[in-house]
Ligand binder design. Structure first.
Ligand SMILES: O=C(CO)[C@@H](O)[C@H](O)[C@H](O)[C@H](O)COP(=O)(O)O
Length: 229
């Protein structure tokens, strides 16, 4: 396995949730796609400016192209990568035009994430074209077959070929899917807001804390460790 630090990315354009989760967790960046941005109810420009204000220069920003033809993808990719001096990645779906664009963007020195990946072979070819990250759609792949298994297979293929590309697994619907991939050494995950909170919020934990507080209050008449001495 390659030496790495696991990256935790948020898969949302909900600026309030990003602020809150950025306080709560060690967040490495944010991914968006055209649908995620339209769901925010805000304009692209508002989301773009909000993300650039919230994220520190070290946190990664991934923005997807909307154009589907090679020239359009290249124009949007240059624009996206010009938004911040570093740690900005253009997300390009692995269509035929997209694959050509991934290769061309890397030749121009841009950061690239290959997205909308549904099979190990699609991911492998994007990695061969130089993509920095691959985003397999885990839940959607699970709906078609063994999604987690296919991502683990892709990881094995990258390791065998000694390709440095990282898998940034996407399209999660529950915590268990995330856990399974982390257990298998996946280097980065991008998770939606509900899954991000569900990774922490188990009702038994605040219930246990309530017991501690109640017992302390009953014994010492206060709800803090600190006395008035
Ligand atoms: O590709 C990335 C991250 O690189 C994600 O933003 C990706 O587009 C999303 O996770 C998926 O489109 C979400 O899919 P779904 O929740 O609609 O199944």
């Amino acid at each position: 396995m390659k030496g790495f630090t696991m990256e935790l990315i948020l898969d949302t354009a909900d600026l309030e949730a990003i602020r809150e989760l950025n306080d709560l967790y060690a967040v490495d960046g944010v991914t968006t796609n055209p649908t995620i941005i339209t769901k925010s109810g805000k304009s692209f420009e508002e989301i773009r400016d909000g993300l650039m204000e919230i994220l520190s220069p070290e946190q990664k920003l991934f923005i997807q192209v909307v154009a589907t033809d090679f020239d359009g993808i290249m124009a949007e990719a240059r624009y996206i990568c010009s938004l911040r001096p570093e740690n900005t990645y253009v997300k390009i779906p692995v269509t035929r035009d997209g694959m050509r664009a991934i290769k061309a963007c890397k030749a121009e020195g841009m950061g690239v994430l290959a997205t909308a990946i549904y099979s190990a072979s699609q991911g492998f070819m994007a990695a061969k074209n130089g993509a920095d990250y691959l985003a397999p759609y885990v839940n959607r792949m699970c709906n078609l077959g063994d999604g987690v298994g296919e991502v683990v297979r892709l990881q094995a293929m990258l390791e065998q070929a000694k390709l440095p590309t990282k898998i940034l697994a996407a399209s999660f619907k529950n915590v268990e899917q995330v856990n399974e991939l982390l257990e298998n050494g996946i280097e980065a995950v991008t998770i939606p807001v509900d899954v991000a909170f569900n990774m922490l919020d188990i009702p038994s934990t605040p219930m246990a804390v309530d017991d501690f507080t109640r017992n302390w209050q009953a014994a010492y008449g206060r709800t803090t460790l600190l006395s008035a001495e």
